[in-house]
Design a binder for this molecule. Sequence first.
Ligand SMILES: C[S@@+](CC[C@H](N)C(=O)[O-])C[C@H]1O[C@@H](n2cnc3c(N)ncnc32)[C@H](O)[C@@H]1O
Length: 459
Amino acid sequence: MAVASRFMCTTLTHHGFSSTTHRTHLGHAQLTLSSRKNQNFHCSVSASDATKTSSVKETIIPWGCDIDSVENASALQKWLSDSGLPAQKMGIERVDVGERGLVALKNIRKGEKLLFVPPSLVITADSEWSSPEAGEVLKRNSVPDWPLIATYLISEASRMKSSRWSNYISALPRQPYSLLYWSQAELDRYLEASQIRERAIERINNVVGTYNDLRLRIFSKYPDLFPEEVFNIDSFIWSFGILFSRLVRLPSMDGKVALVPWADMLNHSCDVGTYLDYDKSSKGIVFTTDRVYQPGEQVFISYGKKSNGELLLSYGFVPREGANPSDSVELALSLEKSDESYEQKSELLKKYGLSESQCFPIQITGWPLELMAYAYLAVSPSSLSGKFEEVSGSLDLDVTSPKQLNRRLFLKQLAVDLCNSERRILFRAQYILRRRVRDMRSGELRALKIFDGFRNLFQ
Ligand SMILES: C[S@@+](CC[C@H](N)C(=O)[O-])C[C@H]1O[C@@H](n2cnc3c(N)ncnc32)[C@H](O)[C@@H]1O
């Protein structure tokens, strides 16, 4: 779960997976990215020109369970303990945060190691296939870890009871909360004000492109091993949805990515700072608590210091407003082409490894020093006074209000939560940034000197 979504993107794109168009049962063809007006200072790129896709259909995957089912979870617990999981201080229960989660059955101390899931109960790219020929074919074709594990999961799931992972797969959600299940129209409409819309579209296109690549290069050549009734875009959307929301990267196993049954029942809390990892001494996957838990309390881990948008993108939830100290929004700044000092400024930016258009993460608590340096540079032309008014005018950050949203559906509520949290950050940033840049009008500032001064601060 701590695995970064970025990992997925690089994995898919690094290995030459092309994105070709394929219409899916979900109404996902190649999704369209387009940007709004080209502004100097802006916070989001959005468009609503691609609303042609149909609404999302429920995809029926013949395995897994309802997202809040604890019945299959009991079978999972039994199978895990029969297969070598040591006695646990936690049990799977229905919970207030995250539908199902792990709840303390006994007192748990701060600093205690929990779980101890042995490597034999973990799914990685090296796991043994029930159909060894299928695994061989993928490895011969150098399929990278993410698509390999996604295909493995489908292959094992389709074997139902005859797979050794059957109890695990039966307890996985049949439809994980995931932006992969949102149609283009929903992304355009509900995430209009958020940059997460672009990230979601890229991600969906990556998954569709990866599936198409596997289909063309491998599945179509071995239809007996990879029949289309099983290995299709719907099953890939499911398996990637599972990977995005459950795969963990284990630093002590050289960053290996793994699905860790049992550990993947832990939900995320922004208040804890404890992560899953392989523990060399106990030879199992563990985490160390950073607080005490009483019996009946839900136990949490951290999925990483992610913004609300990133949490929505990978895990399909948004923490309640103000709860996430790592929440941030990207602010895009760029130099005005018409600035008479444009060349000089872009040379200077290049010297420091920055470009004429630059994105900066801003948080409710502040932003990187570099952002202020960049803003000062951008608004400090050689003819200082004449330009200030103009540039601070362009500091009207484009904070588009989401439309009056229909709250009937859960996903729409998520979008509202996300927009609110991002808007809160942007409004505050806009206020402070405008004031600071306006203050400069009264000063005798030398743009390049100031920029150099700021650079010195963070070098
Ligand atoms: C690794 S799984 C955790 C187990 C999951 N609750 C289950 O029942 O299978 C990650 C998923 O749990 C849910 N989740 C985790 N933390 C959450 C939180 N703080 N708030 C809401 N949902 C959460 C999300 O649906 C997420 O995609």
